[in-house]
Design a binder for this molecule. Structure first.
Ligand SMILES: [Zn+2]
Ligand SMILES: [Zn+2]
Length: 228
């Protein structure tokens, strides 16, 4: 087995459990490459209690803004800091479209989901245009390689007109960029959902999707991203 990032050989130790149960989910990433990524550990750093951003304040500026805009804030689940290594990873994975790289974090994601209590997993959608340009959905690919089943029911609205051409009032009205087909409403009703994206920046995308799912009677929405 090779490291998907540097092509170096991975120590291929087959465990007794694997012999018995078949292959387990692994990071296809060598220790040297893996050590370039910075795992977020809120216990040892000053981070925002909600979004885990490095912050001297208990609640960061972004989250204070969301609070005043009636977003329901709860601690966000995130694995890695968006450092130089993660930025480079994303540029190869997303922008150059190397889908094999998703396997670099399969074990990390698989293990993190074991800690969560939920009924279904819903990925943040891509627009059709992005999907056809990239050839794969970067969030679904991460989940598939981590052996996490998901339901791709959240859809992205097509922009009929450019945001910049709309009046401020029109923009506020179309603030929900997401929707679910009415036939899929029962899938989320009273369900505990993990909403997954690749990167958390200000939270705008994932929090809007969360608010939408709650408005459609999801019981609870946990947000999860690979990086922030
Ligand atoms: Zn490597
Ligand atoms: Zn925050």
């Amino acid at each position: 087995m090779k490291c998907v990032l540097c092509d170096g050989t991975l120590k291929n130790q087959v465990t007794f459990r694997e012999l018995l149960l078949g292959s387990e989910v692994k990071n296809h990433c060598c220790d040297k490459c893996h050590s370039q990524f910075q795992r977020i550990n809120p216990l040892f750093e000053n981070r925002c209690v909600y979004c885990q951003k490095l912050s001297q304040e208990t609640i960061c500026g972004d989250c204070q803004y969301w609070e005043t805009n009636d977003m329901i804030l709860e601690p966000h689940h995130v694995l890695y800091e968006y450092n130089e290594a993660m930025s480079e990873f994303m540029s190869h994975y997303k922008f150059q479209g190397n889908r094999a790289l998703a396997k670099a974090f399969s074990y990390d994601i698989h293990e993190a989901f074991k800690e969560l209590t939920y009924d279904i997993v819903v990925p943040i959608p891509l627009s059709k245009k992005r999907l056809s340009n990239r050839g794969f959905h970067q969030v679904e690919q991460l989940l598939e390689d981590a052996c996490i089943p998901y339901v791709p029911i959240l859809k992205k609205r097509k922009h009929t007109r450019k945001q910049s051409e709309k009046t401020k009032e029109e923009r506020l009205k179309t603030i929900h960029p997401f929707y679910i087909e009415p036939s899929d409403y029962p899938t989320i009703t009273q369900k505990r959902i993990v909403l997954v994206d690749d990167i958390y920046t200000t939270g705008s995308t994932i929090l809007q999707a969360k608010r939408y799912l709650l408005s459609k009677h999801a019981k609870k929405v946990i947000t999860f991203t690979l990086a922030r």
